[in-house]
Design a protein around this ligand. Structure first.
Ligand SMILES: Nc1nc2c(ncn2[C@@H]2O[C@H](COP(=O)(O)OP(=O)(O)OP(=O)(O)O)[C@@H](O)[C@H]2O)c(=O)[nH]1
Ligand SMILES: [Mg+2]
Length: 356
């Protein structure tokens, strides 16, 4: 899974990226080169950490997601910005919005207006999409040198009758509730405003414990999903030892690093869940889409296991932790045998039996 981090200039994107991925890219005025960065973040998961403590395995492998951090998008430059192209293939977007005051760091719009900035960036994405759609329609239009295939006809109809009018009405494509083939076609175009988006509001340190996404028009049935963070604090927290982290968080009035909330929200945005495999050799988390059945989940580990799937032995992570071993779970009838159509749940511990 890959997420793109984007936003207006100097909002704290690279700082957030560094925190998420434990990277050390230059931020602020030192970031003169304006480069795009890519790195992997571990998905924090307390359940998995406790299973590790139970097994003391040789290898411990949390789930990961990849983040792409691009330079700030200038107002009015969305369509031209080369780096938007780097976001074509990402699965979801994190839009970082500035809600911290700092006279040292000029704000592109002059005043601090997070709500307006959310709309501004959306408009840039819409403009970038508009350019791409017009170009594509031109190729599929009168100028086409040959007859269109049925597939191309469908594309053209969708683009001309649904997608273009939406963009012209300044509606982000993620709001189009398409189904079936149309939804798949739209996804295939890799347009930016069609991607699921999470807004990360970067507030000043004293605000972080009390600010709510709703304060910025986020969340609820209507708004985009949102998370509030303080990027510099998160960076500081992420570099502390575990014990100190807990004290620091308590001082700030936070239950957990906001970072954990960001990654969880990323998971939620794409409808992802984790299941676990355990043993002395390795304790590991695997990422799948919610609703996947056991056989598909096996494919997340290896295509051979999917092909040769016989059955899955499944128990809940907390039952395993409480009873201390899979054998004990079996004795208590808490280790179930499931077939290939079993829908894997978040937090399942799974052992696949297969034959190739
Ligand atoms: N005071 C304060 N400064 C912050 C906060 N978040 C980021 N900064 C500072 O803002 C400056 C810009 O941060 P970056 O992470 O480089 O911002 P960016 O969005 O990646 O910037 P570009 O890539 O140039 O668009 C840096 O000097 C940060 O230290 C914050 O919450 N409070
Ligand atoms: Mg940056």
């Amino acid at each position: 899974m890959q997420f793109g981090i984007l936003g207006l200039p100097k909002v704290g994107k690279t700082l957030l990226f560094n925190t998420l991925t434990q990277s050390h890219e230059a931020t602020g005025k030192f970031d003169a080169a304006g480069r795009t960065h890519v790195a992997v973040a571990r998905v924090p998961d307390d359940r998995l950490a406790r299973l590790r403590d139970l097994y003391s395995p040789r290898r411990y492998t949390p789930a990961t997601v990849e983040f792409v951090d691009i330079p700030g998008i200038q107002r009015g430059e969305g369509a031209e910005s080369l780096d938007l192209a780097k976001l074509k293939t990402v699965d979801g977007l994190l839009h970082v919005v500035r809600a911290f005051e700092d006279p040292e760091i000029p704000h592109p719009g002059g005043a601090l207006e997070p709500r307006a900035d959310i709309a501004t960036l959306d408009l840039e994405l819409i403009l970038a999409d508009h350019t791409l759609v017009e170009r594509r329609l031109e190729r599929l239009g009168k100028g086409a040198k040959r007859a269109l295939s049925p597939q191309e006809e469908r594309e053209r109809t969708l683009l001309a009758d649904v997608v273009l009018p939406a963009l012209e009405a300044e509606t982000p494509l993620r709001r189009l509730a398409l189904a079936g083939d149309d939804e798949r076609l739209l996804r295939g175009f890799q347009l930016l405003s069609a991607k699921p988006m999470l807004v990360v509001v970067n507030v000043a340190e004293p605000e972080v414990a009390r600010a709510r996404p709703e304060d910025f028009g986020l969340g609820g049935a209507e708004g985009l999903p949102g998370v509030v963070v303080s990027a510099p604090i998160e960076l500081e927290i992420s570099r502390l030892a575990e014990e100190e982290q807990r004290e620091f968080l308590a001082d700030l009035g936070l239950a957990e690093p906001s970072l954990d909330r960001v990654v969880r929200a990323c998971y939620g945005l794409l409808g992802l869940i984790s299941f676990f495999t355990v043993g002395e050799d390795e304790v590991r988390a695997w990422t799948i889409r919610r609703g996947m059945v056991a056989r598909e989940a096996a494919g997340a580990i290896h295509s051979d296991i999917e092909r040769g799937f016989i059955r899955a032995e499944v128990c809940r992570w907390d039952d395993l932790l409480r009873l201390g071993s899979l054998a004990a779970c079996r004795d208590q009838a808490l280790l179930r045998l499931e077939g290939k159509e079993y829908r894997v749940e978040d937090g399942d511990v799974v052992h696949f039996r297969f034959n190739v």
